[in-house]
Design a protein around this ligand. Structure first.
Ligand SMILES: C[S@@+](CC[C@H](N)C(=O)[O-])C[C@H]1O[C@@H](n2cnc3c(N)ncnc32)[C@H](O)[C@@H]1O
Length: 239
């Protein structure tokens, strides 16, 4: 998979992409990450990338002509199974289902807005708009890091086989998009807290059943909305 990131602040990515799973995926050539400096497409001698908003108001808006040129350049890198994604609070909220969908593509192009945002006309030049939640961050860089991290770990051969099978939201936690069951490791007893006996029993059938119940209980406790979502999806499939 190739990931192209259009940004004015490439330095922000130093660190998050240089460790752990992403670092290994890059090293093994499973993922290639390109940075495209939006400033390179800026206007005039000073490479201007933004301007004041028409109609007045605070802050600076990133110019559509500059962004469009940067997108066109990124698109040339690889055109098979490609998607241009704008990070913007107006987009659909990112989730695991979207991560799985995007992990199957070959070239993802992320457009990071900054300052007061981007000229609205840029939406005509992207395939999809994604938000990371109902809050505002300074730029599209941190949302892109989050999204790229969640996608890269789903790319084939990045993690060992079956490693993500029973993860929260995977849709595979016992066939539903529930949260994961609770996990424990050593010590067996910590202060007054013990590991559930069933996990020490060696009885895999019982452990599986216990985990299934716990996944349901954890979801009911922390995210009851997911139970309703699962029921609605099941109803829709039947119709
Ligand atoms: C300060 S924000 C602009 C916010 C904009 N003025 C508004 O009120 O919606 C600058 C950039 O950060 C990114 N951004 C901010 N919040 C985001 C979110 N929740 N999801 C995705 N991107 C976000 C976008 O790329 C945006 O263009």
């Amino acid at each position: 998979m190739t990931i192209s990131i259009l940004t004015l602040f490439k330095e922000m990515f130093v660190g998050p992409f240089d460790h752990s799973i992403i670092k290994n995926a890059i090293k093994k050539n499973l993922v290639k990450i390109n940075f495209i400096n939006i400033r390179d497409f800026g206007i005039g001698r000073h490479k201007i990338v933004d301007d004041k908003p028409y109609g007045g108001g605070k802050g600076m808006i990133m110019r559509v002509d500059v962004l469009e040129k940067a997108i066109a350049q990124a698109k040339k890198l690889s055109s098979i199974k490609q998607k241009v994604i704008l990070l913007d609070p107006c987009g659909k909220t990112f989730n695991q289902e979207k991560a799985v969908e995007l992990s199957k593509l070959s070239h993802l192009i992320f457009v990071c807005g900054h300052y007061e945002g981007v000229d609205a006309r840029i939406k005509e030049f992207v395939d999809e708009i994604i938000s990371v939640g109902d809050f505002i961050v300074t730029g599209g860089e941190i949302p892109t890091m989050l999204i790229v991290d969640s996608i890269v770990r789903l790319v084939k051969n990045v993690l060992p086989e079956n490693a993500i099978d029973e993860e929260s939201f995977s849709g595979m936690t016992f066939g539903k998009s529930y949260l994961e069951y609770p996990q424990y490791t050593r010590p067996e007893k910590f202060k007054k807290l013990t590991v559930p006996n069933v996990l020490l029993s060696g009885n895999h059938r019982k452990i599986k059943k216990w985990r299934e119940n716990q996944a349901l209980n954890t979801t009911k406790k922390y995210r009851p909305d997911l139970i309703n979502k699962s029921k609605t999806e099941k109803r829709k499939k039947k119709q």
